[in-house]
Design a protein around this ligand. Structure first.
Ligand code: NAD
Ligand code: TYD
Length: 350
């Protein structure tokens, strides 16, 4: 029985990963360490919270005493580090928080894992530190080309700079100490439980409340979208079969301009939910500072080496996602009460 220490498991991708793993594997144990920032929500995990193989620890990945204690109390085999500050706009307002969690938090996890796993001059068998990274570390593409694993790192936002730093720290623990690590760098995710500060849930939430749909700049920036469950599958495959020390890019060639996404969301909601939701809600707002123009992943390595492929097309995934948000309005209402309103009003100057 393998024991996973999943950090940030109450956030968007982390909670999807825990649910995916506990549904697919009966012989694993998961410890979820999450400090429950504005982005963490234990309600995401309701369907598995009473599973005997699931255990929640409320705490910070920077807490050296606590993380060492987790390694002492549980025989941790795999660390899967999702915990992070994850929103670019927030990183422009407050870069320091991103360095503290994303860089110093990752460093603390590496040190605690090393302390537990490196004994008498050698690494214990079957251990793995997996870092959940992002394609944003590669910077921005022009009209053509893709990010491969050998594309130079060129982050532009405080968020992506902090994620690049944490990836490099993980790589340094492999190069210096031969720590058994892997890194995935995935493109933009969408799906259930995503906090509505990110584009797709923000559009759905605003549209159903007849609020303006803010589009940064000219709306022609391109993101490469992946349904969250396909990302979870990729992480599982890399942890179990990926080569130690390697980076794997994850993406499904689903590039869309932001304006196309907005129109797709409006078209579906207008047809299936409320015909007063129209393109009149689209509102062009000031561009994001340092806004990367285009992301596009070349996923050949993970496909060829590990046989990974995305199962959900964008056309199916976006409908599944909109339906989920319509069915879970209460989740949205709960998560957007309190601090969210202040944040939203500040960001969009309303
Ligand atoms: P999220 O913001 O939804 O969730 C982050 C989680 O981490 C929250 O539950 C939060 O409470 C927790 N957390 C934050 N600081 C913590 C700390 N100091 N200690 C313990 N827990 C802490 O983020 P997400 O979108 O689920 O992203 C998860 C990971 O995946 C991040 O590392 C992100 O960089 C990476 N990633 C995200 C995307 C995407 O499209 N969302 C794409 C590629 C990679
Ligand atoms: P986001 O979901 O914040 O992800 P990231 O910046 O990490 O790729 O944004 C996706 C794209 O949508 C990005 O080009 C910025 C744009 N965007 C808007 O146009 N309006 C919005 O309100 C938000 C949140 C994002």
């Amino acid at each position: 029985m393998k024991t996973y220490l999943v950090t940030g498991g109450a956030g968007f991708i982390g909670s999807n990963f825990i649910i995916y793993m506990l549904k697919n594997f009966k012989d694993i144990k998961i410890i979820n360490l999450d400090s429950l920032t504005y982005a963490g929500n234990l309600n995401n995990l309701k369907e598995i919270e009473s599973d005997v193989n699931y255990h929640f620890v409320h705490g910070d990945i920077r807490d050296n005493f606590l993380v060492n204690k987790i390694f002492e109390d549980f025989k941790v085999d795999y660390v899967v580090n999702f915990a992070a500050e994850s929103h670019v706009d927030r990183s422009i307002e407050d870069p320091e928080t991103f360095v503290k969690t994303n860089v110093l938090g990752t460093l603390n996890l590496l040190n605690c894992a090393k302390k537990a796993w490196y004994v008498d001059g050698k690494w214990k068998e079957g251990k793995r530190f997996h870092q959940v990274g992002t394609d944003e570390v590669y910077g921005s593409l022009g009209e053509t080309g893709y990010f491969t694993e050998s594309t130079s790192l060129d982050p532009h936002s405080p968020y992506s700079a902090s994620k690049a730093s944490s990836d490099l720290m993980v790589k340094a623990y492999f190069d210096t100490f031969q720590m058994p690590i892997t890194i995935t760098r995935c493109s933009n995710n969408y799906g259930p439980f995503q906090f509505p500060e990110k584009l797709i849930p923000l559009l759905i939430n605003n549209a159903i409340n007849h609020k303006a749909l803010p589009i940064y700049g000219d709306g022609l920036n391109v993101r490469d979208w992946l349904y969250v469950e396909d990302h979870c599958k990729a992480i599982d495959m890399v942890i179990n079969n990926g080569t130690i020390g390697e980076v794997y890019n994850v993406g499904g060639h689903n590039e869309r301009k932001n304006i196309e996404i907005v129109k797709e969301v409006i078209e579906y909601l207008n047809r299936e939910y409320d015909n007063t939701i129209t393109e009149e809600l689209i509102t062009y707002v000031e561009d994001r500072k340092g806004h990367d123009r285009r992301y596009g992943i070349d996923p050949s390595k993970i496909k060829d080496e590990l046989g990974w492929y995305p199962e959900t097309s964008f056309e199916k995934g976006i409908i599944k996602t909109i339906k989920w948000y319509l069915k879970n309005k209460q989740w949205m209402e709960e998560i957007t009460s309190g601090e969210y309103e202040n944040y939203y009003n500040k960001m969009y100057n309303k």
